[in-house]
Design a protein around this ligand. Structure first.
Ligand code: BES
Ligand code: MN
Ligand code: ZN
Length: 496
């Protein structure tokens, strides 16, 4: 799906369809008013007829409207004007793309339409691309019969009254975010027999070929040489060899890779729980336990596509968590790369074990900030459901930057506490710490507190995306989150 800008009016630009907005209770957007005027009230008549209410999600396709150059006019219900925010805007875009007519290949929308209060033209353009691109996304590469696309739309034209560089910038940002999110969705949705640790390493290498991102994929021997005992303890039950992916996008400072922003992604390609095995129901969803890793690859791709003037380090520890005769057992004590020992009381709390060594590893790059992204705890779903990602950081400034990025990206996050008081739960009688706290007692926060012990001297934040990176049930699938949040964070850091 392509996006461009045109200097043109909604009634005279010739597309297969032109979309205009109508509000609940009869209000018209500026281009709807123009077309209504030209057609001597055709749009108001459609509203009066009851064929469209203007409620959110409704639409009405009119053909061959006299005086309008496009073959179709799509009325899109926007809901109540004072409730028209980020989500309603994205809904309107998706409704327009879905209902532009199955014969339409091109859709025109006036860029001045559907204004969300407090948002600038660049934001509107970017958010339009991201929302529109969600409609045609399919995961059918493993289906022998491809699904019918919900839309044939190949082009969306944003109509402007004069050139606006900010809108073009927004379109480019939207494209990069959508491409990054699509990569994360594709990898997330692939099953664990295909998307193995080695496969993720190959995908990172593909980013090197396509985007010039420097990629190293370390194998078991190299991981052993780094003395990543916590990471390696998780891999022990699996026949799939682990990988440590190290990716460097160098957008700032020619020559040397300095002050990178480090993104660390949990890459458990399948989480059975290990010896602390999970129940059978819905265990298939644990193929999504590498969505943090996928979001790191997606954000790196977006940064490269946007040529952001910032250095980004992506580090992905990736392996399977399986039971076997060789697997780590509850009570086993392992030595992390930091030297701290960990008593593995529950082998299902494996994410923190692979992440803690990755966090220790990134110290050597002296990152200006470290953000880890992980489907870390079921408890975050209890707290925040599928709406907000959990944001944990002892660093108020970094947390504020990430909250701002979440807002701009409409990729919501909610700040959670990481007070030291919760650290008490990790006390072990036999090692420096245990890998779990008390059942049913602030599990997400305790997990974040565990990670905090491996971030000394670094500005660090943690995103728990167990509730947001994928959906279960009927709409099962990866969401591509938090690629939009991460990309906006990098955009802001790059001063772009
Ligand atoms: N990968 C899971 C967390 C998870 C649960 C992600 C549901 C997505 C949906 C993680 O490794 C895990 O098993 N966490 C345990 C921790 C517990 C043993 C302290 C959990 O949340 O139950
Ligand atoms: Mn687990
Ligand atoms: Zn897990």
């Amino acid at each position: 799906m392509e996006f461009n800008t045109k200097i043109a009016l909604p009634e005279t630009f010739k597309a297969d369809c032109v979309a205009v907005g109508v509000f609940d209770e009869g209000g018209l957007t500026p281009s709807a008013r123009r077309i209504d005027g030209i057609t001597r009230g055709a749009l108001r008549a459609a509203l009066a007829s009851g064929d469209i209410s203007g409620a959110r999600g409704t639409s009405l396709l009119l053909r061959a409207v006299p005086g309008v150059a496009s073959s179709r006019v799509l009325l899109v219900g926007l809901g109540k004007p004072d409730e028209f925010g980020d989500r309603a805007y994205a809904d309107a875009v998706r409704t327009a793309v879905r209902n532009a007519g199955s014969g339409s290949a091109s859709l025109a929308i006036a860029a001045s339409e559907w204004r969300v209060k407090g948002r600038d033209p660049r934001w509107h353009a970017s958010a339009l691309v991201v929302a529109a691109r969600e409609v045609p996304f399919r995961s059918d590469e493993l289906k022998t019969k491809k699904e019918d696309n919900a839309t044939r739309l190949a082009r969306i034209h944003l109509l402007l009254d004069k050139r606006d560089a900010a809108v073009d910038k927004g379109l480019a940002e939207g494209r990069a975010i959508a491409n990054g999110a699509d990569l994360a969705k594709r990898l997330g949705n692939l099953p664990a027999n295909i998307c193995t640790p080695d496969y993720l390493g190959q995908q990172a290498r593909k980013l090197q070929r396509d985007w010039g991102i420097g990629v190293q994929v370390l194998d078991r021997r190299q991981i052993e040489a780094l003395r990543m005992g916590a990471f390696l303890s998780v891999t022990k039950g699996s026949d799939q060899p682990p990988r440590l992916i190290v990716a460097k996008y160098q957008g700032a400072s020619r020559g040397r890779f300095t002050d990178p922003i480090a993104l660390v992604g949990k890459g458990i390609t399948f989480d059975t729980g290990g010896i602390s095995i999970k129940p059978a129901a819905e265990m298939d969803e644990m193929k999504f336990d590498m969505c943090g890793a996928a979001s790191v690859l997606g954000a790196l791709r977006a940064a490269a596509e946007l040529k952001l003037k910032v250095n980004v380090l992506g580090v992905i520890p990736t392996c399977e968590n399986m039971p076997s005769g060789r697997a780590t057992k509850p009570g086993d004590i392992v030595t992390s790369m930091s030297g701290q020992t960990v008593e593995v009381l529950n082998t299902d709390a494996e994410g923190r074990l692979i992440l803690c060594d990755a966090l220790t590893y990134v110290q050597r790059f002296k990152p200006s900030a470290v953000v880890d992204i992980a489907t870390l705890t079921g408890a975050i779903i209890v707290s925040l459901g599928n709406v907000h990602s959990g944001l944990f950081s002892p660093d108020d400034e970094l947390a504020a930057e990430l909250m701002e990025a979440a807002s701009r990206a409409s990729d919501r996050a909610w700040r959670m506490p990481v007070d030291d008081d919760y650290q008490d739960q990790l006390k072990s009688n036999f090692a420096d710490m245990a890998n779990i706290g008390i059942r049913g007692n602030a599990g997400s926060i305790v997990a974040a507190c565990f990670l905090a012990r491996f971030t000394k001297g670094m500005r660090w934040a943690h995103l728990d995306v167990a509730g947001t990176a994928f959906r279960g049930g009927g709409a099962k699938g990866a969401t591509g989150r938090p690629v939009p949040l991460l990309t906006h964070f990098l955009l802001a850091r790059a001063g772009a």
